[in-house]
Write a protein that binds this ligand. Sequence first.
Ligand code: ADP
Ligand code: MG
Length: 478
Amino acid sequence: MLENTNESVEIIWDKCLQYIKDNVDETAFATWFEPIIPQELKEETLYIIVPTQFFIEWIEANYISILRSALHKVIGQNVRLIYKITTKESNGNSQAKPQQLPSMLKESIKTQELDVPIQQKNPELKNPFVIPGIRNVKIESQLNSKYNFDYFLEGESNRLARSAGMAVAKNPGGTAFNPLLIYGGVGLGKTHLAHAIGIDIKEKHPEKIVLYISTELFVQQYQDAVRRNNRNDFIYFYQLIDVLIVDDIQFLSGKSGTQEVFFHIFNHLHQNGKQIILTSDKPPVEIQFIEQRLLSRFKWGLSAEILPPDYSTRVDIIKNILYRDSIEMPDTVVEYVAKNVKSNIREIEGAIISLVAQSSFNHKEITLDLAQDTIGKFVKNTKVEVSIDVILKVISDFYNLSIDNLCSKTRTRNIVQARQMAMYFAKQYTNLSLANIGSQIGKKDHATVLHALKTVENLLETDKEFKKQYETLDKNFS
Ligand code: ADP
Ligand code: MG
């Protein structure tokens, strides 16, 4: 015969837990059953206290049959179960009572209260809240181990973001950098750095639940959750995370439903000292169609910009790729690539890949010549800034002149004209000053370059053949 004292209810509940423990996975057990407090067992009615309304829904949806079997086995077939929700009021009243729901859940709960009885009289009632596909969630971090700090080279352009990331990794949620927002153009290393921080946190703090997610996937998951009517599960899931990394938040732009839900998740995590790491391709103020209140949240912590890498960082990055992938490449080629592929690191990687592909495909060694050829095409294809070297290469190929010849003091008419053409393209496609263009093309002064520009303009108007050549050449750059 069972006594209705608190001591016995605890023992009885403990027996139920033993049974449940054998039938659900560890994470689920820790998440959904350990927090439950058995309150009272009175006339075969078990009163249990759960932290939130959402617990009831989740248990009902996912674990009701296990729970029911446990109760039948331990208490008897006529058992009734009544859930109560804890109250956090510290007025000395330890009585559990239905709690004011967190505002984020209010709206969606309203409709569900009809379905989910707070006082579930008979556990055999049909479960009203079926959630396909998200049982026993095990949270995988979704981190790519290749994107670690060892492979993330430091340079002037990423120093702030990198060191802020390291500080966050040491003490997630415990620095002023919360959220840490990393922003910068495409291919500059935002995703890599975000993963690196996550990986480092997992190494230093294995107990923390880290999750990396792209904004696109987040939006998609949210839309699915809404469609399946389990928005609360979605929110609850994200509220379990200790370190949430959301990549490319500019894609929240215009998605007001997802922004709303993200806002709530953000607040919940932030208030609970959880770390949030965000990346964006623009500074927060420039992200359009993002709600003001969300924008101001992004500004709470630290916004660290990653800039395009400078020359020496580019050289380091290239050498690192070569070392990592065991590729041999003469220094002159490394320098050439570093000089010509400037806009971002993904393009540097692309240039090296195409160089290696070209060389193995044609059984050629990687030489400066091959690099000029390949990068010339690469630069054209990807609209990388056109450099003087590229222009000289294209012009010398076209007129069948050597670059040395083109840049010599020779005043032979056809060479002079090719040189002027090169100066004209340099003016058109680079941001270099006339003096700079002159110094790189035949060591001329700025007046000579100016004269060249005028001559080319005249010829374009008067000489059809010249104009045709110009148009053919221009296709290499535009
Ligand atoms: P983003 O997310 O800013 O568009 P990614 O993080 O995807 O850029 O980086 C593009 C590529 O450049 C990746 O392959 C990445 O490993 C590499 N990369 C970026 N920054 C660095 C760095 N500092 N050191 C080494 N590789 C880098
Ligand atoms: Mg990215």
